[in-house]
Design a protein around this ligand. Structure first.
Ligand code: ATP
Ligand code: MG
Length: 315
């Protein structure tokens, strides 16, 4: 089976129990939960039985141990997660506003995550990988940008494949080197997985179908657009497939895109038809939003099959 490698932040998430505005007074919180977009992604793939590892860093503290233990339990190769001797594990505090928007306080760039780079363990993991998943949110330090660049070159040179989820906040676009890093990722991407308007991040076109065609013409093999509660669409040169989302109660949307993405990439690496892969990925996304906690809603294949059966849409 093909092995996936991804790079980026491991954090704990601590969330406000009640919606409201920010963190300027004492409020009830719940956490720590294991989190970080690349960590959620690789956890979801491993739970489906796909070999995969994460290049990351945590502190020598309980937050780090909590994350490593969860990833190891779920079958992730944790050999390239560095334990930083002095810096603390990254963290994210999140509170929902009444309108559904979120306020975040991140401590990532100056946490143990600042040490993520091309270590000897990372090089070994890259050597063992057939597929690279690039998470745009992970491109927050020169060390990671350089390591992902190197992994892209090495894995493509061996005939491996690359998927890319831009997963980017607008403020990140103006960080030094970011546009070049994103351009290099896109140039080497086989499977591009934006959500909603992210499809226009790299195109001249301002209409969806034209933007997809522009990306396919540049050599990308397939594009998957995540559409939240609507579902998702797949495009390649042969055409388009749409798959509606499942109706579930949205308890916590954080991590849905990462779970969806990992489930889709896993199915794609197994050579599954796009329609079947979208159905499975939509199920993984739906299960993710139904559970509180970013990584708490990742799914095994058995859980996805049981969900599909309950929805009357067997895989
Ligand atoms: P993230 O906030 O994790 O970055 P995203 O914007 O990348 O999310 P979304 O499009 O929000 O990704 O969600 C990914 C997938 O999860 C959707 O394509 C859909 O399959 C599923 N999903 C998301 N929200 C819902 C919902 N409310 N009900 C059912 N399924 C959902
Ligand atoms: Mg996303």
């Amino acid at each position: 089976m093909k092995k996936i490698v991804t790079f980026g932040e491991i954090v704990v998430e601590i969330m406000a129990l009640e919606p409201g505005e920010g963190f300027k007074k004492a409020i009830p919180l719940i956490g720590p939960f294991p989190s970080g977009a690349p960590a959620i992604f690789i956890d979801q793939a491993a739970k489906m039985g796909q070999p995969g590892g994460l290049v990351s860093a945590v502190g020598n503290d309980d937050f780090g141990a909590l994350n490593i233990e969860r990833l190891r339990r779920d079958g992730v190769d944790v050999s390239a997660i560095l334990v930083h001797p002095t810096a603390a594990t990254g963290s994210a505090f999140v509170r929902y506003r009444p309108d559904g928007e979120r306020d975040f306080i991140f401590n990532i760039r100056h946490s143990a995550c600042s040490a993520i780079g091309l270590t000897a363990d990372a090089e070994k993991l890259i050597e063992s990988a057939d597929h690279l998943h690039i998470m745009g949110s992970a491109l927050f330090s020169d060390g990671i940008v350089a390591a992902i660049h190197e992994a892209t070159v090495r894995i493509k040179a061996r005939g491996g494949t690359v998927s890319f989820d831009p997963n980017i906040r607008k403020e990140m676009l103006d960080l030094p080197g970011m546009r070049q890093a994103l351009a290099h990722a896109l140039e080497n991407t086989d499977l591009f997985m934006p959500s909603g308007a992210e499809i226009f991040l790299f195109t001249k076109a301002t209409e969806e179908k034209a933007a997809v065609d522009e990306l396919l013409a540049r050599g990308i093999k397939a594009v998957v657009i995540k559409r939240g509660a609507e579902g998702a669409s797949y495009f390649d040169r042969a055409g388009e497939v749409f798959s509606p989302a499942f109706k579930v109660e949205e308890v916590d949307p954080t991590g849905a895109g990462d779970s969806f993405g990992a489930a889709f990439v896993t199915c794609w690496l197994r050579g599954m038809e796009p329609a079947a892969a979208l159905r499975i990925a939509n199920a993984a996304g739906a299960r993710a939003v139904s559970v509180k906690g970013p990584m708490e809603g990742t799914s095994t294949m058995a859980e996805i099959e049981a969900f599909l059966e309950a929805q009357g849409a067997s895989a």
